[in-house]
Ligand binder design. Structure first.
Ligand SMILES: Nc1ncnc2c1ncn2[C@@H]1O[C@H](COP(=O)(O)OP(=O)(O)OP(=O)(O)O)[C@@H](O)[C@H]1O
Length: 267
């Protein structure tokens, strides 16, 4: 395996006076016991954009992503700051349940509830205190439309979600996250279990959503990152070695490790 400098990096910084930032991290460090998994993760995620996180297996992408809505609370020690609308989401006064309504997450494997399509979305809304049936029905429809699933399921919302295809289930999970009205959507390899047609539909849905959300996505597919993301962060051994506009990363990266990774000469 080639060795690369871990201090030679380029992380583009936005002028936050001019550019809206949906989420940002400062000096994020993550430890699993003795294992130092993330070193100094300082990154800004632009609003109304898709940011892809790429890098080899074990480079820390999922660890970083999971910190962004505190999914690592019980399994790792997280140091540094994560800001959502000027709030440090790790501050003691933050209600994690409320915070996750603003920063939603979709996992690698679709994980719908063993309930109807309608209830998959209605149930979390009811749990969050919304009782009005009309509002719930409107939210179900809106989020299914946003996830580009409505046309495929509208005729039978009482069908079991488990009877949907994997790709449909993943879009249902996106709809479920969107129904809570988040600003930020985190996705951990959302298409890894999907066939190319389902992946295409999912990517199309994400590109529509990008107009209204801050989307942050871990992907193993460099084609996917280059097709749909606006910005790309390249991770290596727990370090963010490069962060820039996706077109720069894929056409003229500044860091040797990035160039080797995207051209398949890595390791
Ligand atoms: N729950 C955990 N407990 C202990 N160590 C973990 C845990 N999750 C991840 N790690 C370690 O943290 C490091 C980063 O792993 P992480 O899963 O974040 O990488 P990744 O880039 O997302 O990898 P992949 O692409 O394979 O999903 C690795 O050394 C991994 O072994």
């Amino acid at each position: 395996m080639k060795t690369y400098s871990l201090t030679d990096n380029y992380v583009h910084k936005f002028d936050s006076e001019k550019i809206d930032i949906g989420l940002s991290t400062e000096n994020l460090q993550v430890f699993y016991g003795e294992n130092h998994a993330i070193f100094d993760g300082t990154l800004q995620f632009r609003k109304n954009s898709i940011t892809a996180m790429i890098g080899a297996s074990g480079s820390g992408k999922s660890t970083f992503l999971r910190c962004l809505n505190r999914m690592n609370d019980d399994i790792a020690t997280v140091e540094g700051k994560i800001f959502y609308q000027d709030l440090d989401i790790n501050a003691p006064e933050i209600n994690v349940y409320e915070m996750r309504k603003h920063v939603g997450m979709v996992f690698q494997r679709p994980n719908p509830f063993a309930k109807s399509i309608f209830k998959n979305i209605a149930y979390p809304l009811q749990k969050s205190g919304i009782k009005d049936k009309k509002i719930i029905a409107e939210r179900v429809e809106k989020s299914l439309r946003q996830a580009a699933l409505w046309d495929e399921v509208k005729d039978d919302l009482n069908r079991s979600a488990l009877a949907l295809s994997g790709g449909q289930q993943q879009r249902l999970c996106i709809a479920r996250a969107l129904a809570m009205d988040p600003d930020v959507l985190l996705l951990d390899e959302p298409a890894s279990a999907l066939d190319p047609i389902s992946t295409g539909k999912l990517e199309q849905a994400l590109q529509e959503l990008q107009q209204h959300y801050t989307i942050i996505m871990v992907t193993h597919s460099m084609q996917q990152a280059s097709r749909i993301s606006d910005y790309t962060a390249f991770f290596h051994m727990g370090h963010i070695l490069e962060f820039d506009r996706t077109e720069h990363i894929f056409t003229r990266p500044r860091i040797q490790a990035t160039e080797d990774y995207i051209s398949g000469n890595f390791g």
